[in-house]
Design a protein around this ligand. Structure first.
Ligand code: SAH
Length: 221
């Protein structure tokens, strides 16, 4: 995208960004840091140029390869839930996609580890975040059903694709006292769960919302 293009969208989007933030507030998003980030993050840089004019609508959009950029409300809701009591030091993100949720996390927590199964998407996300000078994210091209054991345990785990049940590896890699936000269920609608590890053996589950995510698949491509 040319510099002129970026500026052009930036100018026309100031009002639509405010409208988006107002809408998220109406829908119950309260965390001021999260709202400020939704306002300032250049979401148009994460979608195709042809869709850039729709980047500040509260909707999921296609990013190619059958995947989507999450709806801003969902990104805000999940981030707020992950950060509710304390700011986690280390967060594992499952499903980098275009890297928009990754950017929001990277601005709020010290260290982000993000895993994506589609190599081409991961490369694009890496480039975009590099352009934005985001330095506290580490990327891995892998099937995140297995988490990222080398850096475990994580104080927070945020999952942006839906498995039918919480993958055991992710449960194991959650620190005691850590929180995981994860959509769980069948293809056409899932429960967004907050899973808290209360001690070594025990986990508490809380239902946050009904949501619709792409499925968590197996293997890499
Ligand atoms: N976080 C993104 C949304 C990504 S959509 C955003 O900010 O908008 C979900 C992503 O999860 C897709 O890119 C998909 O390829 C990826 N995914 C699905 N199954 C996966 C798996 N087993 N391991 C890693 N990534 C996976």
């Amino acid at each position: 995208m040319t510099v002129v293009g970026v500026r052009g969208i930036g100018m026309t989007s100031a009002r639509t960004r405010e409208r988006l933030v107002a809408r998220l507030k109406e829908q119950g998003i309260r965390n001021p840091a999260v709202l400020n980030l939704i306002r300032s993050a250049p979401r148009h840089l994460f979608v195709d140029e042809a869709l850039a004019s729709r980047a500040y609508e509260d909707t999921a959009l296609p990013i190619g390869l059958g995947q989507t950029i999450s709806q801003p409300f969902i990104v805000a809701r999940m981030t707020e839930a992950l950060l509710e009591d304390t700011v986690p030091e280390k967060v594992l993100e499952v499903g980098t996609g275009c890297g928009y949720q990754t950017l929001i996390l990277a601005k709020l927590v010290p260290q982000v580890f993000t895993v994506e199964r589609i190599g081409a998407l991961q490369q694009r996300a890496r480039k975009t975040l590099n352009t934005l000078k985001v330095r506290n994210v580490r990327f891995k091209h892998a099937d995140a059903n297995w988490g990222w054991p080398q850096h475990a345990p994580y104080d927070g785990i945020l999952v942006t694709a839906a498995p039918e049940a919480v993958p055991p590896a992710l449960m194991q890699q959650l620190a005691v006292g850590g929180r995981m936000v994860i959509p769980v269920g069948a293809t056409h609608g899932q429960d967004l769960l907050l899973v808290t590890r209360t001690d070594k053996q025990h986990y508490a589950h809380k239902l946050l919302d009904r949501v619709s995510f792409v499925p968590l698949l197996e293997g890499t491509e």
